[in-house]
Design a protein around this ligand. Structure first.
Ligand code: SF4
Length: 454
C-alpha cells in the first residue's frame, strides 16, 4: 500500500549541464525523497524549485541564468545549486528573489535550504535507491559517480577550481550503490568522475571490505567487482568506464573486457595528439605511447570501442600540429570521436597563451577533423553489416500504419547520449526498454546501425 503523507511538499528540479550534474541532481532528489518530499514535474505544483546550474562555458552560464530567470518568473521560490553556485554574488545581484545559492556537491546545504523554504511534513523514511519517478536517467541505465574534483591542472579547464581536488568515494559505498541500482532494474552502469583512472589516489588506494574480502579504492578493483554484478535475470550488466586517462594500470581492465565482465568500451578524452599542444594543455598521461597501447588493447580485446574528444584551434596550434593530429587519427582508428573548437573559459590559464588561432582557421580545422573522423566511423560501422551484435533497447516506438513497430537501442560501442544508435525494424510487441537482444545488422551510415532482431 502506498504511504500517504499529509500536506506533502513538492520540489521541482531544473537540471542543466553534464551527466555529472545530473548525478548530483539525482542525489539531491533522493535525499529529499527520503525526507518525505514529492517531486513536481511542473513549476505550478512545486512548493520550491531547484535549479542545478552549469558554469563551465560562458554559453552554459547564460543558459543557467536564463533557467533561473524562468523559474523565478514561473514559480518565484527558487534555490540555485551546482557549478554556478560559486558566483553567488552575480546570481543574487541579477535575481534578488532567489532564496538560497549553494555550490556544486553541497548536498546537505541544498537539502537544508529546501527544508527552510518548504518545511517537510514528515520525518525520514526508507529506501535510498532512487525511485523511478526521481531518477532523471531512464531506469535501465544509471550513472555511478566515484569521485569529485580533480588533481590535474589542464590549462583550458577550471573544474579543479570549481570542484576542488580529487575526493574519492569509499569503494564499498560505490559498490553498494551499484548493487542496489542493478537490483532495482539498472542494466547499464556508467562510471563517471573527472578522472576515473585516478580513483583512490587521494586516499592512497585504501582498502575496504566488500563481501568478506578486501578491495582497494582503485579503478581495477572497482572494475573487477562491478564485473561480478548480475541482474535479477542473471545477465551481466553493461559497465562502461568514462573519463579514463591512458595510465599503465588501465591495461589491467582490458582482460576483463575480453572476458565479457566489463563492457569493451573506453572513453579517453585525448583532446589532442601533437606533443607540443598536449604540453601546452598540461594534459595528464600525455607521454604515454598511446598508439602502441591501443594496438595491444585490441590484440587482447578485438571488440574494444574507444571514444574520445578533441579540441581544435587551441592557442599555439600550428597547421603542422593539426596535421599531426589528423595523421594520428588515421593510425588510431578510434570508434567514436567528438570535436570542439577551442573556446576560452573565464579563469582558465590557456586564455593567456600566445598564438590564438583565428576563428576561421578553427572552423576550417573543425570541418577537416569531422570529415576525417566521420569517414573512419563510417568504415568501421560498414564492417559490422552482416554481423550479429548484442544491443540494449532504449525506446520502443508505436506501430506504424502497417502495424510494424520499430525500436532504438545501442550496441556495446555506444554510450547513451553521446554515441550512435542501433535502429531496429519490426520488433515484437513484448520488447521493452532495458531488454538485451541479439541484432542482425543490415545497414550502416556514418554514426548509426540498422538491423533486425536475429
Ligand atoms: S583532467 Fe584536466 S580537463 Fe579533466 S577535470 Fe581535471 S583539469 Fe579539467
Amino acid at each position: 500500500m502506498a504511504t500517504v503523507i499529509p500536506d506533502q511538499k513538492r520540489v521541482g528540479m531544473v537540471s542543466l549541464g553534464c551527466p555529472k550534474a545530473l548525478v548530483d541532481s539525482e542525489r539531491i532528489l533522493t535525499k529529499l525523497r527520503a525526507d518525505g518530499y514529492a517531486m513536481s514535474p511542473d513549476y505550478e505544483g512545486a512548493d520550491v524549485v531547484l535549479v542545478n546550474t552549469c558554469g563551465f562555458l560562458d554559453s552554459a552560464k547564460e543558459e543557467s541564468l536564463a533557467a533561473i530567470g524562468e523559474a523565478i518568473a514561473e514559480n518565484g521560490r527558487v534555490i540555485v545549486t551546482g557549478c554556478m553556485g560559486n558566483e553567488a554574488e552575480l546570481i543574487r545581484a541579477k535575481f534578488p528573489a532567489v532564496l538560497a545559492v549553494t555550490g556544486a556537491h553541497q548536498y546537505e546545504a541544498v537539502v537544508e535550504a529546501v527544508h527552510e523554504a518548504a518545511p517537510p511534513s514528515q520525518g525520514p523514511y526508507i529506501d535510498l535507491v532512487p525511485q523511478p519517478d526521481i531518477k532523471l536517467t531512464p531506469r535501465h541505465y544509471s550513472y555511478l559517480k566515484i569521485s569529485e574534483g580533480c588533481n590535474h591542472a589542464c590549462s583550458f579547464c577550471i573544474i579543479p577550481s570549481l570542484r576542488g581536488k580529487l575526493a574519492s568515494r569509499r569503494i564499498d559505498a560505490v559498490l553498494r550503490e551499484a548493487e542496489k541500482l542493478v537490483a532495482a532494474g539498472t542494466r547499464e552502469l556508467l562510471v563517471i568522475s573527472q578522472d576515473t583512472s585516478a580513483y583512490g589516489v587521494d586516499v592512497r588506494h585504501e582498502e575496504r571490505t566488500w563481501k568478506d574480502h578486501p578491495v582497494r579504492t582503485h579503478m581495477t578493483d572497482l572494475a573487477r567487482e562491478l564485473g561480478q554484478l548480475r541482474t535479477p535475470e542473471g545477465d551481466t550488466p553493461w559497465v562502461r568506464l568514462h573519463y579514463v586517462y591512458p595510465y599503465p594500470h588501465v591495461d589491467a581492465v582490458i582482460p576483463l573486457m575480453a572476458e565479457g565482465l566489463l563492457t569493451p568500451y573506453l572513453d579517453i578524452p585525448f583532446q589532442h595528439a601533437s606533443p607540443s599542444v598536449l604540453k601546452a594543455m598540461k594534459r595528464p598521461a600525455n607521454e604515454a605511447k598511446v598508439l602502441e597501447r591501443l594496438k595491444s588493447w585490441r590484440a587482447i580485446c578485438p571488440d574494444i570501442a574507444v571514444r574520445s574528444s578533441f579540441v581544435v584551434g587551441f592557442p599555439g596550434e600550428t597547421e603542422a600540429d593539426f596535421q599531426y593530429l589528423l595523421d594520428w587519427l588515421d593510425e588510431a582508428q578510434l570508434d567514436r570521436v567528438g570535436a570542439f573548437r577551442f573556446e576560452p573559459v573565464a579563469g582558465a590559464s590557456a586564455n593567456d597563451l600566445p598564438g590564438a588561432v583565428p576563428e576561421e582557421v578553427k572552423e576550417e580545422r573543425y570541418g577537416r577533423i569531422m570529415a576525417k573522423t566521420e569517414a573512419i566511423s563510417a568504415a568501421k560501422l560498414a564492417a559490422k553489416v552482416g554481423q550479429t551484435i548484442k544491443v540494449i533497447i532504449d525506446e520502443v516506438g508505436e506501430p506504424d500504419e502497417d502495424g510494424d513497430r520499430g525500436a532504438t537501442g545501442r550496441s556495446q560501442a555506444d554510450a547513451p547520449e553521446i554515441d550512435g544508435a542501433v535502429y531496429l525494424r519490426e520488433v515484437p510487441d513484448t520488447l521493452k526498454p532495458g531488454d538485451f537482444v541479439e541484432v542482425q545488422i543490415e545497414d550502416a551510415d556514418a554514426h548509426d546501425l540498422f538491423g533486425v532482431i536475429a
